[in-house]
Design a protein around this ligand. Structure first.
Ligand SMILES: C[S@@+](CC[C@H](N)C(=O)[O-])C[C@H]1O[C@@H](n2cnc3c(N)ncnc32)[C@H](O)[C@@H]1O
Length: 390
């Protein structure tokens, strides 16, 4: 029998960076609510209560926001935690992402009126060519339920590229708790990488390369890029091309000025290759991504090491695209040490982005604008491209 949880009716105030809505409970505690939107009056089933906050799920919407839509994916009803914003229209999602970025910049970077614009997004469905999936005890794959380790098995996934979704029904994994699948939208190649080296996989078609040595090739702006199974790649080629357009506009004339451009956290070389940079300096810590970058950008100077340990070289333009943790103080010092007059920061976490913004301001950089991109529609995931000058 399911435990009875207390319920409370609240008015939602705003969204939190992780994608839940925020309200205040009657006892004054902050209440994080899954499945609600700003302005809505909802009845919340409260499942977690801590000293300073509580968490719950919106069970009944008494007064709906204009951006509310019916969530179309059947896996959501089974608890799948993959796409928590399906109940918001595409336009509403972009507005909410913008609001989250403004809020993070106000609270963490202490900028009262940050100039944040929305720079577009990718198609809402079928966009993901890479997915990290969890393995259920019976070996089938899926995504974890929200705030839980339970795996919701998937035989289809509407945000997955059709070629990736086609791999789901037959796939069985043993001896590993995660598997990363990737497909190429341009060549049809595919790779699978298990989280444990001794894991076993079955039920995949013969064209899928398995293991860390497997590679595929993806076309970005008409140029073929090699991407190894263990290397990072954006959510899909549409995301890669939108990012390239945005970073190209942000870099401006300095992209092709005399002297090299820094491609920090350069991965397999998306920016260096996709922007046609001449003799770029690419700094990246993953061996797999560095090996891809050497192939994808033959004239690059590749430094395969943590960015914060790299000895800075002089550049006019630096593009940096760190992982979710952001740059942090040590990497910002290294970045400043390049003497770059313009920095294009690509961030995939709004709070880390705001922290890095404050660190850069404190070292004498001025922000010129923040552009929010929707590279993961139907999820609260936020991508921001920021231009700094000095
Ligand atoms: C968000 S990805 C961006 C990669 C590339 N710019 C792209 O768009 O495909 C971040 C990259 O930073 C790398 N990375 C993570 N921590 C790092 C560090 N401390 N120093 C250098 N690279 C790091 C990861 O391996 C990953 O390739």
């Amino acid at each position: 029998m399911r435990a009875q949880h207390p319920t409370e009716t609240v008015v939602i105030e705003k969204m939190a960076a992780g994608g839940d809505a925020i309200a205040h409970a009657a006892d004054g505690r902050v209440l994080f609510v899954t499945g609600a939107l700003p302005g809505e009056t909802v009845e919340v089933e409260i499942h977690t209560t801590k000293k300073d906050f509580a968490k719950g799920v919106a069970r009944l919407v008494l007064d709906a926001a204009p951006h509310r839509v019916d969530a179309p994916c059947p896996a959501l009803a089974a608890g799948c935690g993959g796409c928590g914003w399906q109940h918001v229209s595409a336009e509403g999602q972009r507005e909410l992402k913008r609001d989250i970025v403004v809020d993070a910049l106000r609270r963490t970077a202490k900028i009262a009126e940050p100039p944040v614009e929305v720079g577009g997004g990718v198609p809402a469905w079928g966009y993901r060519t890479s997915m990290r999936l969890a393995v259920a005890p019976n070996g089938r794959v899926g995504l974890r339920a929200g705030s839980s380790h339970r795996v919701v098995e998937l035989v289809d996934c509407p945000v997955a590229h059709p070629a990736l979704a086609a791999l789901l029904p037959g796939l069985i994994v043993k001896g590993a708790d995660e598997v990363s699948l990737r497909v190429s939208a341009s060549t049809g190649e595919a790779t699978a990488l298990l989280s444990k080296p001794n894991g076993r996989v079955s039920g995949l078609p013969s064209h899928v390369g398995v293991g860390s040595s497997a590679v595929l090739h993806e076309a970005v702006n008409g140029r073929s890029m090699r991407v190894s199974a263990a290397s990072f790649f954006q959510s899909g080629p549409a995301a890669a091309e939108l990012l390239l357009r945005t970073v190209r506009a942000a870099g401006g004339d300095l992209l092709h000025d005399s002297g090299p451009v820094l491609d920090g956290y350069g991965g397999a070389g998306l920016f260096s290759a996709g922007l046609g940079l001449e003799r770029p300096i690419l700094v990246e810590s993953s061996r797999s991504a560095c090996a891809d970058a050497v192939v994808n950008v033959p004239d690059a100077q590749v430094h395969c090491m943590p960015f914060e340990e790299w000895t800075p070289e002089p550049v006019k333009l630096a593009i940096v695209d760190p992982a979710r943790a952001g740059l942090g103080a040590a990497a910002v010092e290294v970045l400043a040490g390049t003497g770059a007059e313009r920095v294009v920061l690509v961030s995939c976490d709004p709070v880390a982005m705001a922290r890095d913004t404050r660190l850069l301001i404190d070292l004498g950089f001025a922000y010129a604008g923040f552009t929010v991109l929707d590279l993961f529609p139907n999820t609260p995931h936020v991508e921001v491209v920021t231009v700094f000058t000095r």
